[in-house]
Ligand binder design. Structure first.
Ligand code: PAF
Length: 276
């Protein structure tokens, strides 16, 4: 496995990689969710590239850029075991030199939900993903459905800007009790870890009510909110029932529907979703 820190080095290596090239962009601190993407890329490609880059432009000024968990040595050990061909690990100065000034706007999809709570977040995501796509030039890029809105923004960017690759979204990987895997779960103390289950439970509640025939989206939202509000450590950023492609909030549940939420558990902001 080759580890490359410079853009020129990655471009050079890319020219030697056998096609098709599967690419998994990450911010490191890898968990089984990331590894499921790497394994899918490995199964479907002759070469696999993973990037590890904690992208400063997608963090707001009050967010956790400085404390975002990092463990490069462990990440590289895990990726070696997955038979990854190349890891691209640039510095912030390499990706955003002083003269940097052109950003990719995430469009309308980027303005809602996460975008409304975290202004500028998807501009940072779309910009870095566009740069990574230009540097790595993958055949296919793999993303987790846990970040459903990120997947929607990236798919739209690829379509609208005629980028020549396929975006593959894979199911959220969960802990045995249902908590969605996330690098940020490491911030949770034992009481918060228990409280964090309220996200998954509220999604399961919405799914159960819908399966029983409930189509009033407002009622599903209220039931989810009521359940989460019973958890003293939880504070809701949003609970959304929206069209899976447009992300427009719905009055009536008409599949495909994205049920998503962002909840703060103590000081940790968690997101999760399911598609009905
Ligand atoms: O999902 C992530 O880890 C990041 O948003 C991504 C796609 C690697 C861009 O920095």
């Amino acid at each position: 496995m080759q580890v490359v820190e410079k853009i020129a080095g990655m471009r050079h290596l890319r020219r030697q990689l056998a096609e098709p090239v599967g690419f998994v962009p990450t911010m490191g601190y890898l968990h089984d969710g990331h590894l499921s993407l790497v394994r899918a890329a490995r199964a479907e490609s002759r070469s696999v590239v993973v990037s590890i880059f904690v992208n400063p432009t997608q963090f707001g000024p009050q967010e956790d850029l400085a404390s975002y968990p990092r463990d490069t040595e462990r990440d590289l050990t895990l990726l070696t075991k997955e038979a990854v061909d190349a890891v691209f690990m640039p510095s912030a100065a390499e990706m955003y030199p002083g003269r940097f000034g052109v950003y990719v706007d995430g469009g309308k999809t980027a303005g809602r939900l996460e975008g409304a709570c975290r202004p500028g977040h998807f501009r940072g995501v779309a910009t870095v993903v566009a740069k990574l796509f230009n540097i790595v030039r993958p055949t296919r890029a793999y993303f987790g459905q846990k970040d459903a809105q990120q997947v929607a923004v990236i798919k739209k960017m690829v379509a609208d800007l005629n980028m020549d690759l396929e975006v593959v979204a894979l199911p959220t990987v969960r802990e045995p009790d249902g908590l969605a895997m996330s690098s940020r779960n490491v911030y949770l103390n034992p009481a918060e870890r228990r409280a964090a289950l309220t996200l998954y439970r509220s999604l399961c509640l919405a799914q159960r009510l819908w399966r029983e025939g409930e189509t009033d989206a407002g009622l599903l939202r209220r039931k989810m909110v009521a359940l989460i509000e019973k958890e003293p450590l939880a504070s809701i950023d949003y609970v959304s029932i929206a069209g899976a492609e447009t992300l427009d909030e719905l009055d009536e549940v008409k599949p495909p529907v994205l049920v998503s939420l962002a909840v703060r558990i103590g000081g940790t902001r968690l997101i999760d979703n399911i598609v009905l």
